[in-house]
Design a protein around this ligand. Structure first.
Ligand SMILES: Nc1ncnc2c1ncn2[C@@H]1O[C@H](COP(=O)(O)OP(=O)(O)OP(=O)(O)O)[C@@H](O)[C@H]1O
Ligand SMILES: [Mg+2]
Length: 664
């Protein structure tokens, strides 16, 4: 997984820190080594060199003294000089220097000397020991020389031997040997001292060279590491700047969003914190844009709705007025202006009482008083059918409430001009009355026309038959026929009289056997059917339930159906009248073998005055239906199994009658 930005920056700076720390540590270590070199040079090798030089100088001085002693003729002086050379200043000082050399060397060995130095110092110790042995040898030779000055002088040369030979008993050969020994000891010691001095000097030079090299290397390493650290620093800074560069874009984009341009999207750099920030920023910008779009559309919707509401208020015919707590008009629509006859301008903010026309002041006085009552009580008030000069107006005062239901000081006045509605209602009432009379007249005309015309026909037939009667019977019969004719006329007048009444009396229903009624009906129409060449069948199920009906009216309805069926069946046709029990009562069916009812006719069957017959009124089925409805029954039509139409009359049974077992 890729490390986060902060982790990467931290690691970069940690690396930088480590490189710097490494450079510093290296520099310190090198400086420390150089310092140790310098210390060992200064306190060790230089001191050793100084002591070595001093020892050499002392040895040289001692040798010079011994040479001077040997050259001295006076044996006493010579002896003193030799003695002083051995025990006095130079010899002792030389030993002291050698001791110091040894002590210092041991001290250096005990210190933190390098392995190479160790070897060298061991060698110095050896050299010092050898030098001391040589010095001791020289001392011994010097002492013996002091005692044997004569022999020495003889060995060294005639003159010199003579000078040394200080006393009797001295052996010149021994003296010569001793002189050799002394010279040899001196050479050995000098050689030792020289070797020591050369070794120490060499070591000093080596140490100085090494210190120089160390210093050079340290400087080089420090420079290299510093350059490396600087390089790492530059790289880390570059990487940090590169990683943080998208932040700048983000800031600029945020400013752009602040200024309202919501289309900005920043490039998503890497999968780190800045990348996540950029992604979130883009999502936020998108969300802001979406929200702005929603807000804009809601704003538009709001504007549209408020415009719509305004249009609705302006367009409705109902007058709408808002009256504030001082009784002044806050707002109103053209409807209110028209209902209350308010001026066209300067209405807003003025008291309603001042704006109302003088002629309307009196009828509107209760309304003006009602404003305060509605405001204080919070209950609406209605002023129905106020007569304002030429208008009739329904006015309502409604307290305005906020969402929480608290009353506001404003009162809404709703005023509807109902003048035309009132007029229309009156007209409607009249029309209905006329329609009722018309329907009644039609019913009566239809109900009475047929029997009256039959009666009239029969009177005419009887009148023809009268000719065959004897004259006295003829007169009598004619008188009777005239009387009947007059009755028919009177009935016609009664029909006219009916027209003056608004409605028919309600049917007087009694429970009865519909089978009897059907038998009667078929017997009554049999003659007409036979005349028309139609066979009439009756098919009544035994034990029909008793249903409530008014025999005369139901007979009238069924008669209309049978007549239609006979007319439709035509010559050679059949009409079947049947009755059967149903779940709710009984069903009478009148069906025929006629052509049936086409669809367009079926749709208009019950329209008043709809007929397809040249002499028909188009009222038969309408009347039948109304009578059946009066009996809470139903009239329906379908295609008959006989091929023609089948009209069903469903009549409901009275409960107790319907459920009673059929009479035995
Ligand atoms: N059994 C039937 N078969 C076919 N058509 C019928 C039948 N009964 C009624 N119609 C159609 O319905 C129409 C309306 O009948 P309705 O009884 O209302 O008036 P009408 O018979 O035309 O006139 P009126 O009854 O005054 O003699 C008829 O003209 C006829 O076209
Ligand atoms: Mg008819």
């Amino acid at each position: 997984m890729r490390a986060g930005l902060s982790t990467r920056i931290f690691l970069g700076f940690l690396l930088l820190l480590l490189v710097f720390a490494g450079a510093s540590a290296l520099a310190v270590r090198r400086m420390h080594a150089i310092r140790e070199d310098l210390v060992i040079i200064h306190r060790g090798y230089l001191a050793l060199a100084r002591l070595g030089t001093q020892a050499r100088t002392l040895q040289e001085a001692r040798e010079a003294t011994v040479a001077r002693a040997l050259a001295t003729p006076d044996p006493t002086v010579r002896r003193q000089l030799l003695a002083s050379g051995r025990e006095g200043g130079h010899g002792r000082e030389l030993r002291e220097r050698l001791d110091e050399l040894e002590a210092l060397t041991r001290q250096l060995l005990a210190g933190r000397a390098r392995p190479a130095d160790h070897t060298f110092l061991e060698r110095v110790l050896t050299e010092v020991g050898a030098a001391r042995t040589a010095s001791d040898g020289y001392d011994e030779a010097t002492a013996r020389a002091a005692e044997m000055g004569a022999e020495m002088g003889a060995e060294m040369g005639a003159e010199m031997g003579a000078e040394i030979g200080a006393g009797p008993g001295d052996d010149p050969a021994a003296a010569a040997l001793l002189a050799d020994e002394l010279r040899h000891a001196g050479e050995v010691l000098s050689e030792r001292m020289r070797s020591l001095g050369v070794g120490i000097d060499g070591k000093v030079s080596e140490a100085v060279l090494r210190a120089e090299r160390d210093e050079r290397e340290a400087a080089y390493a420090v420079v290299v590491l510093t350059v490396l650290a600087a390089l790492v620093g530059v790289l880390v800074s570059f990487a940090t700047i590169r990683a943080l560069r998208p932040l700048h874009d983000l800031v600029e984009s945020a400013k752009a969003i602040g200024k309202g341009s919501l289309d900005v999207q920043v490039a998503v750099p890497a999968d780190d914190e800045v990348g996540a920030l950029a992604r979130e920023f883009n999502a936020m910008a998108r969300a802001l844009k979406d929200r702005e779009a929603v807000l804009a559309s809601r704003g538009d919707e709001l504007l549209r709705m408020s415009g719509f509401a305004e249009n609705v208020i302006r367009s409705v015919r109902v007058g709408i007025l808002v009256i504030d707590e001082r009784g002044c008009v806050r707002t109103l629509n053209p409807g209110a202006r028209s209902v209350f006859k308010l001026p066209l301008v300067d209405v807003d903010g003025r008291p309603l009482a001042e704006l109302i026309d003088e002629g309307l002041q009196e009828p509107l006085a209760p309304l003006l008083q009602g404003l305060d009552a509605v405001r204080t009580s919070g209950e609406p008030m209605a002023f129905p059918l106020l007569r304002l000069s030429d208008k009739v107006v329904d006015v309502g005062l409604v307290p305005i409430r906020d969402r929480a239901g608290a009353s506001q000081p404003d009162v809404l006045v709703l005023a509807e001009d109902v003048t035309s509605r009132e007029e229309t209602a009156e007209r409607l009432l009249q029309t209905e009355r006329f329609a009722a009379i018309g329907r009644l007249a039609a019913q009566i005309t239809h109900e009475i026309r047929n029997p009256l015309s039959s009666v009239g026909l029969n009177i005419e037939l009887l009148g023809d038959d009268l000719a065959h009667l004897p004259p006295e019977r003829h007169r009598e019969a004619k008188a009777i026929l005239d009387a009947v004719g007059k009755e028919v006329d009177r009935l016609t007048q009664i029909t006219e009289g009916y027209l003056r009444f608004a409605r028919l009396p309600a049917p007087k229903k009694v429970a009865g056997d519909a089978g009897d009624l059907l038998a009667d009906l078929v017997a009554f129409t049999q003659a007409d059917a036979t005349k028309a060449g139609v066979m009439l069948e009756l098919n009544v199920e035994p034990g029909l339930p008793h249903v409530p009906f008014e025999p005369a009216r139901l007979r009238q309805a069924l008669l209309n159906l049978v007549r239609n069926a006979v007319e439709a069946a035509g010559r050679g046709g059949t009409v079947r009248v049947s009755a059967r029990r149903t779940a709710h009562g009984l069903r009478v069916t009148v069906e025929d073998t006629g052509p049936g009812i086409p669809e367009e006719v079926r749709a208009r069957l019950f329209e008043p005055f709809f007929t397809t017959k040249p002499s028909g009124t188009g009222l038969g089925l309408l009347l039948a239906k109304e009578i059946i409805l009066e009996h809470q029954g139903e009239l329906s039509v379908e295609t008959s199994a006989l091929g023609g139409a089948a009209f069903h009359v469903d009549l409901p049974a009275e409960l107790e009658v319907a459920l009673a077992p059929p009479p035995a």
